[in-house]
Write a protein that binds this ligand. Structure first.
Ligand SMILES: N[C@@H](CCC(=O)N[C@@H](CS)C(=O)NCC(=O)O)C(=O)O
Length: 217
């Protein structure tokens, strides 16, 4: 069995995906947290992109969260992807779509004015309405079976719940399919245990530090 070490930043949603998958599959791993505002030399020497997550597999390095997920899924059967190749490819497309949502959350968090915030919220709603129409199965994305796509979106749902709780910004309002999906995803043990205790405090500090419009409200 390979020795796994995940290099993480405490509020990174992409790392969180790896953590959820590792927990879902009961895989043993070590985790090291770095500060991305002052990345250590050893990290920069290991990471081709300067980004987390990195997964050390014995003495080899993997980077890019989707590649890390695909590797972990493949070497730890049974797969959390649908077995039908067409369905699997469709799911992978939606996983890419989910990845783009994290940039939207980041932009909301970093918008300095209400106008800039409103513009990005409009963009977020457009993307979420697209997903609302696609989420026809229940309760998970593919129906009865929890899958990679549910993991892909989980950190985003956690951030939406955070926006609702702390800033009264509810991007799932009027989107019943996504709301029900978020509820079940957020209740999953691997998801609940995928962040550090101080996760919300760090996010709140980040928002304050960025002088985001969110902290004006
Ligand atoms: N496409 C990458 C995105 C990873 C990413 O953007 N990570 C952020 C933290 S959440 C990062 O390391 N940023 C540092 C930087 O851009 O220099 C993945 O899926 O792994």
């Amino acid at each position: 069995m390979a020795k796994l070490k995940l290099i993480s930043f405490k509020i990174c949603p992409f790392v969180q995906r790896s953590v959820i998958l590792l927990k879902e599959k009961n895989i043993d791993f070590d985790i090291a947290y770095i500060d991305l505002s002052e990345p250590p030399e050893w990290f920069l020497a290991l990471s081709p992109t300067g980004k987390v997550p990195l997964l050390q597999v014995d003495d080899k390095i993997l980077f890019e969260s989707t590649i890390i997920s695909e590797y972990l899924d493949e070497v730890n059967p049974p797969s959390l992807h649908p077995s039908d190749p067409l369905e699997k490819a469709q799911n992978r497309g939606w996983m890419e779509f989910a990845s783009s949502l994290y940039m939207v959350f980041f932009k909301i968090m970093m918008s300095k004015t209400k106008e800039a915030g409103a513009e990005i919220i409009l963009e977020a709603n457009k993307q979420l309405n697209t997903l609302e129409k696609v989420k026809i199965n229940e309760p998970w994305f593919n129906g009865d079976k929890f899958s990679m796509m549910d993991i892909s979106i989980a950190p985003f749902f956690m951030r939406l719940a955070f926006l609702k709780q702390h800033f009264n910004l509810d991007l799932l309002e009027g989107k019943p399919n996504l709301q029900a999906w978020s509820d079940i995803v957020m209740g999953r043990k691997s998801v609940i245990n995928s962040v550090v205790d101080e996760f919300e405090d760090i996010l709140l500090m980040r928002i304050k530090g960025a002088e985001s419009f969110l902290s004006l409200t």
